[in-house]
Design a protein around this ligand. Structure first.
Ligand SMILES: Nc1nc2c(ncn2[C@@H]2O[C@H](COP(=O)(O)OP(=O)(O)OP(=O)(O)O)[C@@H](O)[C@H]2O)c(=O)[nH]1
Ligand SMILES: [Mg+2]
Length: 427
């Protein structure tokens, strides 16, 4: 058997704790992220301090300690818990003689590894180039050696001046790459917007799965598809026990009994301190959540850090501008706890995405939330006014329509905003 650990880059993780009660949690996330980037965590340090040292992040004593520890443990990389300035990274690399990666770069590297579709690849590339632009250094005078391309920039502190014009060239090249990626993305998101518009017109309620990465959003979507879609097999989404398995948005239609239908979307998961550039470049991907009528915050109920994960999701949602959308908290993976499931508590549910009864109960809860104010009624529409029926097809859920001599007998579920308009046709 090949020992996988042998092939992994050894990493030492460290951070400055500014008296933050969540510091230990952030460090455990950093360890998970490091492993997700196929590296092995060999040790960790923290500095408790009142402030970050402007030029070097840590104080000098701590830097020497980290250098000795990391090198003693044969680490090749030091990974830091915050986003650092370019100067801090350069200085730390100079002082430790090790490659230094900050939290942002680490997350960007994982995203780059995971991206599979054209859109996700472009979005990640855009975020990386924007991250790199202010970090270009004169000595990195070859674009192939940029840090983001996997090259090491350690030892790159000599030679200032000499590379100056090369630096300008690199900046220009990256600038051009950024605008061309933006153009390509615009073309792709343009097509997505057309599809989204079409979905909005049909007026089927939109429900979005959101939440911490690896909580089971995609498994929940597959569970609902399996139960309530004729083509579940073709429509299934990718599931894997790893951080950021999903980087795209998948949109599926779920048809529940009694003609209750809704559109369900599954999207990229969240983590604390998600880099600003990533959020910016994933705007189109996250749009589904912003447009939703209902959000389902999927939470791993078996994780001891569950509460922090819920808080993280709330923070990211407000960062992407989601407000005033009703939310169900869906406590998943109940099979890994000793609690009885499935069960509903108020507007929340404890369930397991792989359990049929759970999925049925979740579907019931969604239906209850989404269609609360819908009114089911029978209408008799005048035959000569075809526009009314086509309006209903766009803005309501038409259950039945029957053309008879006295008019079109229609059974429909009306959204609150359309109820008064159709009152006079109710039979
Ligand atoms: N035991 C158990 N495992 C589950 C359950 N739901 C999901 N999982 C597992 O959790 C892991 C992550 O599931 P995903 O559905 O990919 O999670 P996600 O939220 O989509 O994750 P990202 O796309 O990476 O953000 C997979 O290994 C699933 O099989 C559950 O109810 N019980
Ligand atoms: Mg997923």
């Amino acid at each position: 058997m090949i020992d996988n650990q042998l092939h992994k880059t050894k990493a030492y993780i460290a951070g400055v704790n500014l008296n933050d009660p969540n510091f230990a949690y952030y460090m455990s996330e950093l360890a998970n992220l490091t492993q997700a980037n196929n590296m092995e965590v060999v040790g960790q340090s923290q500095q408790n301090s009142q402030q970050i040292v402007a030029g070097t992040y840590f104080g000098l004593g701590k830097i020497n300690e980290i250098k000795d520890m990391a090198r003693g443990l044969k680490a090749r990389v030091v990974i830091l818990n915050d986003e650092l300035t370019p100067v801090q990274i350069r200085n730390l690399e100079k002082l430790t003689k090790l490659r230094v990666i900050d939290r942002t770069e680490l997350i960007l590297e994982i995203f780059a590894k995971r991206a599979r579709t054209k859109q996700a690849k472009l979005q990640v590339q855009l975020a990386r180039l924007q991250y790199e632009l202010p970090r270009l250094h004169p000595s990195e005078n070859n674009l192939d050696q940029q840090r983001g391309n996997g090259g090491s920039s350690s030892g790159g502190f000599a030679n200032r001046g000499a590379g100056e014009s090369k630096l300008e060239l690199n900046r220009r090249t990256i600038g051009k790459q950024i605008s061309s990626i933006k153009k390509e993305l615009k073309a792709i998101t343009g097509q997505e917007e057309i599809k989204a518009k079409r979905r909005n017109q049909t007026h089927i309620p939109k429900v979005a799965l959101v939440g911490y990465t690896n909580a089971g959003k995609s498994t929940t979507m597959n569970g609902l598809l399996k139960e309530f879609s004729a083509e579940a097999d073709e429509k299934e989404v990718f599931v894997k026990d790893m951080l950021f398995a999903t980087l795209d948005t998948s949109v599926r239609r779920i048809d529940l009994p009694h003609n209750f239908s809704f559109i369900l979307s599954d999207t990229v998961g969240f983590i604390s301190k998600l880099p600003h550039n990533l959020i910016e470049s994933f705007k189109a991907t996250l749009q589904e959540a912003k447009d939703a009528d209902l959000l389902i915050n999927v939470v791993d109920a078996s994780d001891p850090n569950m509460l922090q994960m819920i808080r993280t999701t709330q923070t990211v949602l407000s960062e992407i501008g989601v407000k005033n959308i009703p939310i169900i908290t869906a406590y998943n993976k109940a099979d890994k706890t000793d609690r009885k499931f499935p069960q509903i508590e108020g507007s929340d549910v404890l369930y397991s995405a792989t359990d049929e009864q759970s999925i049925k109960l979740l579907a019931q809860l969604i239906t209850k939330q989404v269609f609360t104010n819908y009114q089911k009624c029978e209408l008799l529409l005048p035959l000569k006014d075809g526009k009314l029926l086509s309006y209903l097809h766009e803005h309501a859920q038409v259950i039945k329509e029957d053309y008879q001599t006295d008019g079109v007998h229609t059974e429909v579920r009306l959204a609150p905003e359309n109820q008064s308009q159709f009152e006079k046709y109710i039979v």
